[in-house]
Write a protein that binds this ligand. Structure first.
Ligand SMILES: [Zn+2]
Length: 242
């Protein structure tokens, strides 16, 4: 039996994996009977139990309540360290003991970065699913974005796609819902107060004043609010939500 954090599950199998950093991992496949919960009428979930997220580069995400979650700092430091080690590796003789030692060190750092990232994404996704009934996300074309050569961007893309996966399966476990909002939906340029489209808005404008209603808009919070609004529209038109 597997017993932890209130989970009681029957272990069906165990797989041992070796990682090139020198560490071993065991993954357990467990089985648990769960009671299926009642079908929820998603179109009647109150607005305050619904959240919209805008995933970005300035922050990891910004939500429709105005909360901004920073990108974790460890990533930047670790990436600098990684680049340094990889430069050192180039100067070592391939196959020498120093080369192998350095290789192992690099593998360990890769693993460290991956684990830190997973830890961050698990905690954030768990919090979101615990605190909300419905989570609205932008349906980013991650495959298209990964082609972008900028490192910061590609790292963010990987995190976003993992984040979406983590939110989706945790939501499914807890009988909650994820709604994907079309990425072509003009989430940044439209004022959430009066719905006027600000065509003069450029990417560098972090704040702007709506030319029609005069509201001072924070670019990312406004975008998250628009994602929530569009998601609610989809939710209340059941034929549009898968
Ligand atoms: Zn406006």
């Amino acid at each position: 039996m597997f017993q932890e954090n209130g989970i009681n599950a029957k272990i069906k199998s165990a797989t041992v994996k070796y990682h090139s950093s020198g560490q071993y991992y065991v993954s357990l496949k467990c089985e648990k009977n769960v009671q299926l919960e009642e079908e929820i009428d998603w179109s009647s979930v109150p607005d305050d139990q619904i959240i919209g997220l805008d995933l970005g580069l300035t922050h990891f995400y910004i939500d429709s309540n105005g909360k901004k979650v920073e990108n974790p700092n460890y990533l930047k430091e670790s990436l600098i360290k990684l680049a340094k080690l990889q430069r050192q590796l180039k100067n070592k003789k391939i196959g020498s003991s120093n080369y192998k030692k350095l290789q192992k060190k690099i593998a360990k750092l890769h693993l460290h970065i991956a684990n830190k990232r997973k830890d961050f994404l698990h905690k954030e996704s768990r919090k979101l699913v615990n605190e909300n009934q419905v989570i609205m996300l932008e349906d980013l074309n991650v495959k298209g974005l990964i082609k972008n050569k900028k490192l910061a961007r590609s790292i963010a893309d990987v995190s976003w796609s993992m984040f979406k996966t983590y939110i989706s399966y945790k939501a499914a476990w807890d009988n909650k819902k994820v709604v994907l909002v079309d990425r072509f939906f003009a989430s940044s340029k439209q004022c959430n107060e009066c719905h006027e489209k600000n065509t003069l808005l450029s990417l560098s404008d972090r704040f702007w004043v709506c030319p029609k209603c005069g509201t001072l808009q924070d670019r990312d919070i406004n975008a998250a609010k628009n994602i929530k609004e569009e998601g609610i529209r989809l939710l209340r038109t059941p034929s549009l939500v898968a």
